[in-house]
Design a protein around this ligand. Sequence first.
Ligand code: PGA
Length: 253
Amino acid sequence: MRKPFVAGNWKMNTDSHSGVELAEHIASGSLEIVGRKVTIAVCPPFIYLGPVINALRSSNIALGAQDMYFESNGAFTGEISVSMLKDIGCTYVLCGHSERRHVIGETDELINKKVAAAVSGGLLPILCVGELLAEREASQTEQVVTRQMKNGLAGLSAEKVLAVTVAYEPVWAIGTGRTATPQQAQQVHDFIRRLLAEMYDDKAAEQIRILYGGSAKPGNAAELMGQQDIDGVLVGGASLKADDFLAIIKAAV
Ligand code: PGA
């Protein structure tokens, strides 16, 4: 049985005060839920990771970063390494979020290096995949997701891949209010799970959690997570409101 996983991606939002307040609110509101076996993580901006982990200290909420660099240290101005993220208390790291791919210009090859470095360094990567609207309309969803999965996980052994969580985030649903229907999402999640079985083995397919992301909110979270292959949600906008994020966590129980 895969444990449900709800992760909040704060993106480039909050400040030192509001970020801590949000974390404290989520921490106190989730205390009674935590015992009921949901993995919860929040991914604040890099510079607020420190204050946020302090605010989460008495909770079971894990800390995640929104990105990382694959080199361990050195002359890489502006970048953050796996060991730095671990040092500050991170457990998870998003790799290949659609905004990194399509706004910043990250390639599958770069994302693969990040996923591999995260796993080797002991961080748990959340590999984000998903098609653009034009690709869905051209019936290329499976092709795009296959490319992103195969390239993103290239070189990872069947043992190492178990550290990975996959997030299926159709780009046309991110921040648009236009959620994929539970059926549309389930269809792709089922496809990804079968792909994992083909790329690795049944164990990988059964154990790896596949989250849905793209306008997940309190009103649709339960139905999305009620689908057989949807193991949780990666939440953007609604993770910035503690009550909404808590309602989504409750829907995962
Ligand atoms: P959204 O973002 O929930 O605001 O659509 C999801 C994401 O980008 O992870």
